[in-house]
Design a protein around this ligand. Structure first.
Ligand SMILES: NC(=O)c1ccc[n+]([C@@H]2O[C@H](COP(=O)([O-])OP(=O)(O)OC[C@H]3O[C@@H](n4cnc5c(N)ncnc54)[C@H](O)[C@@H]3O)[C@@H](O)[C@H]2O)c1
Ligand SMILES: [Fe+2]
Length: 404
């Protein structure tokens, strides 16, 4: 009898039951949306309504170079809104990126933030907003749950990838520069109040990033749905909608980046999936994936795509019913929940194969495995209501399955 494991299982169950009830008291909301091709041009007028006069525009160097912000900057100038650009952000943003952005926010006396880009600029911007609410707290001190607990400045999120859903989530994932530990600030206070879904901003997204970020959205929908416990009918419905949209549009967007309808549908899928997991939570795919991004710089979506089918297989009977329901949403065949669940996992693997996503990673070092397990276990348990509480050997088995 493994008493330590039994105690851990019991502790997690009590925590999940408490969180399920506590969740009803949390102010989850859906951001006010601007949607459709070219709608980014309408954003400055909305900002003017909020009477902001100096905005911190948080983005990355690549997007500036591509000229993706040009129309936004033009409209801001027309509206007479001053802005300061902060673009020194790396993929998987760090606490030092946030500190630097906050210094700029403070020095320029900014009164609002536009987060423009993929999850990296959006999360960094959320970190800056949290830091502005608590200038004396470090990012590490705000990581965890409900540690911001204070209204942030007006915040507009403009996603340019269709994956993270950060434009609607309560999370900001930041890596500690010194230790490479990647962890989330989770607080409804940092959920953006406004989001802009303009598919024209995503047409230039390279195919391999379209693929991996799209699989990240799928991962959010699937992990939230298989967790189930915290989800209400709304989150379950959003997961199903996201899965259907991804099934119908991801390969189209991958094969033809200029397919505006597919791009728009993928933005919507990422949004639904983000809103689903913001209450339903993610699981071991994210917990282990974050360690690979922190330690080795693996792009987030790529880690998700590779790990997702392995975690679902390892859950086995615990997710047959739920994956079977998702298989029904996209019309996969099977006579039993087990068969349907198998068909769903096979579909995920086929998607990876058709988009040239590798089957595993060759950079995971033996000496890092204990750290990977410790961080992943700490991230997932007890917070995420995962279908099975894993022991150390379960994490080891997963890591072995994703090593090339
Ligand atoms: N906050 C959340 O809820 C949440 C959820 C999932 C992931 N994340 C985090 O988000 C980060 C990953 O974000 P991401 O996957 O969106 O990638 P990213 O923001 O790191 O961007 C990846 C690359 O794509 C480029 N790019 C972005 N949009 C482009 C466009 N339209 N055209 C051309 N190039 C473009 C960027 O310049 C960058 O080089 C990770 O740190 C991850 O942990 C956050
Ligand atoms: Fe993710």
């Amino acid at each position: 009898m493994n008493y330590r494991y039994l105690a851990k299982e019991a502790y997690c169950s009590v925590f999940h039951a408490g969180m399920k009830i506590g969740n009803y008291a949390l102010p989850y909301r859906i951001p006010e949306l601007l949607e459709g091709p070219g709608c980014i041009r309408q954003l400055p007028a909305k900002i003017r309504e909020k009477k902001c006069r100096n905005i911190l525009l948080v983005t990355d160097r690549q997007l500036l170079k591509l000229g993706l912000l040009d129309s936004l900057k033009e409209e801001l100038e027309k509206e007479g809104i001053e802005y300061t650009v902060f673009a020194d952000i790396q993929p998987n943003p760090t606490d030092e990126n946030v500190e630097e952005g906050y210094r700029l926010f403070y020095i320029h006396d900014c009164d609002g933030i536009i987060a423009f880009g993929g999850g990296s600029p959006m999360d960094c911007a959320k970190g800056i907003a949290a830091k502005n609410a608590h200038p004396n707290k470090s990012i590490a001190e705000m990581q965890g749950i409900l540690k911001v607990h204070k209204k942030i400045v007006p915040f507009w999120a403009v996603p340019t990838t269709a994956g993270t859903g950060s434009e609607t989530t309560l999370a900001a994932v930041i890596t500690e520069e010194k230790t490479h530990h990647k962890a989330s600030i989770n607080d409804p206070c940092i959920m953006p109040a406004y989001a802009v879904l303009d598919p024209e901003l995503t047409v230039g997204l390279p195919a391999h990033i379209t693929a991996s970020t799209g699989m990240d959205a799928l991962c959010h929908a699937v992990e939230s749905y298989t967790n189930y416990t915290y989800c209400t009918d709304l989150e379950k419905d959003y997961s199903k909608r996201a899965v259907k949209l991804i099934y119908e549009n991801l390969l189209k967007a991958y094969n033809d980046g200029t397919d505006l309808e597919a791009r728009q549908n993928m933005q919507k899928a990422a949004f639904y999936a983000g809103r689903s997991f913001t209450r339903g939570c993610v699981g071991y795919v994210h917990a282990v994936g974050h360690t690979l991004s922190g330690l080795y710089g693996v792009p987030h979506g790529l880690a998700m795509a590779v790990i997702l089918p392995h975690v679902m297989k390892q859950f086995g009977p615990a997710v047959y019913e739920r994956l079977g329901e998702l298989a029904d949403v996209i019309g996969l065949e099977g006579d039993t929940p087990q068969e349907k669940s198998g068909a769903f996992i096979t579909w995920i693997e086929e998607m990876n194969e058709r988009m040239n996503i590798p089957k595993g990673f060759d950079m995971i070092r033996d000496e890092d495995v204990p750290q990977i397990i410790a961080w992943a276990d700490k991230e997932a348990n007890p917070l995420y209501p995962v279908p099975v509480i894993w022991k150390e050997e379960d994490f080891r088995k997963l890591i072995a399955s994703i090593r090339l």
